[in-house]
Design a protein around this ligand. Structure first.
Ligand SMILES: *Cc1c(COP(=O)(O)O)cnc(C)c1O
Length: 368
């Protein structure tokens, strides 16, 4: 019996009638780039995140890039983030012309360790960009304490954390700006590429809206050099439908994670994820740590268990960032985790008997 890593068809099957109707409406209106369905989704998603504003953009990478540009970040500046993330976090920093500066992670939550933040701040630092990895928000209290002391804005990379909470506050509402990806496999996924920026600041919202539309606030009057970063009308329509089911999907993920946790409790070779007391984890990914990870991954693959690695190479060791001169040993915790992370199947439609099968196979593979 094979178990997929992710099953989007199962997620969409019960929603297809509703989604098709929403797509037909976009086609009838010919509102393909931006338009009323994008505006309606922006309103709903802002309310969901408990912020005043949301700006729909092309994808999560746009969201991060526009958020940093809206803060005026550019060449000569530094932005602090973590090496344990998807490449896009650092790419967005680089595309503003600024330099990514990394801080190692906390080894229980896998998010930015506030205790190491102060040492990375220089006169060139212009923002802090923590990543809510795997569906768990970073230690925002600790991060904000340091940031506020230095008068630095905090931008959340919430691309893996739709609906996650920290001290009862939603992802995307704690920093000055929140950046979301609606890539199909994310907790809230479009039928293609899409992203969003959340904020309570009307001025920053207006800047992001202008940046995503070629720097024009008024048609053909370009106040700045922007980019083509609007959200597709069809994606806005699909997302507005799917948003209604996000909470129940996240609840399903949390129940499955609880089951994994219970079954893995007795398996000493496996480090299961730990949710901090302040966090409501939404398990975008269920990543455990195992010894001899590559062999275990290979063995599970042969048995038909779909697994992944998020991410095998920390950003500071990527060839693209060789010029930063950061070798192995620079961020030992991120490096150790990258060697041991193994993402097990996790999606809302995964069944409890499948979780049992995954854990049984994992135990057997570890014993081999
Ligand atoms: C997915 C992701 C992104 C990029 O989002 P795209 O929509 O693929 O551009 C950025 N950061 C993190 C942490 C992500 O997981």
């Amino acid at each position: 019996m094979s178990i997929p890593f992710l099953d989007l068809a199962a997620q969409h099957a019960p929603l297809l009638g509703e989604i098709n109707a929403a797509i037909q409406e976009v086609i009838a209106q010919s509102a393909f780039a931006g338009g009323p369905r994008v505006a309606a989704f922006e309103k709903d998603f802002a309310a969901y995140c408990r912020v005043n504003y949301c700006s729909g953009v092309g994808h999560g990478t746009d969201a991060l890039w526009f958020a940093l540009l809206a803060l005026g970040i550019g060449p000569g500046d530094e932005v602090i983030t973590v090496p344990s993330t998807f490449m896009a976090t650092a790419e967005a920093i680089s595309y503003t012309g600024a330099r990514p500066v990394f801080v190692d992670i906390d080894e229980t939550t896998y998010t930015l360790d506030p205790a190491r933040l102060e040492a990375a701040i220089t006169p060139k630092t212009k923002a802090i960009l923590p990543v809510h990895l795997f569906g768990q928000m970073a230690d925002m209290e600790g991060i904000l304490a340091v940031a506020n002391q230095h008068g630095l804005p905090v931008v959340e990379d919430a691309c893996q954390a739709h609906g996650a909470e920290y001290q009862g506050r939603r992802a995307g509402s704690v920093g000055v700006l929140g950046c979301f990806s609606f890539y199909p496999g994310k907790n809230l996924g479009a039928f293609g590429e899409a992203g969003g920026v959340t904020t309570n600041d009307a001025e920053l919202w207006a800047k992001v809206n202008t940046l995503r539309d070629h720097g024009q606030a008024k048609k053909y009057h370009h106040s700045m050099v922007g980019w083509n970063g609007r959200m597709d009308g069809i994606q806005g329509a699909v997302l507005q439908v799917k948003l209604k089911y996000l909470d129940s999907a996240n609840e399903a993920r949390r129940r499955l994670a609880e089951q994994y946790q219970r079954l893995l409790g007795a398996v000493t070779a496996v480090k299961a994820p730990v949710a901090a007391a302040a966090a409501r984890h939404v398990y975008h990914l269920y990543s455990v740590r195992v010894p001899k990870r590559d062999a275990v991954l290979n063995a599970l693959g042969k048995r038909g268990i779909g697994c992944g690695i998020h991410y095998p190479i920390p950003v500071h060791l990527q060839a693209a960032y060789r010029s930063l001169g950061l070798g192995r040993g620079a961020f030992p915790r991120a490096e150790r985790c990258a060697d041991e992370f193994l993402s097990l199947p996790m999606f809302p439609e995964l069944r409890p008997d499948q979780v049992e099968t995954v854990v049984q196979n994992l135990k057997e593979c570890l014993a081999e």
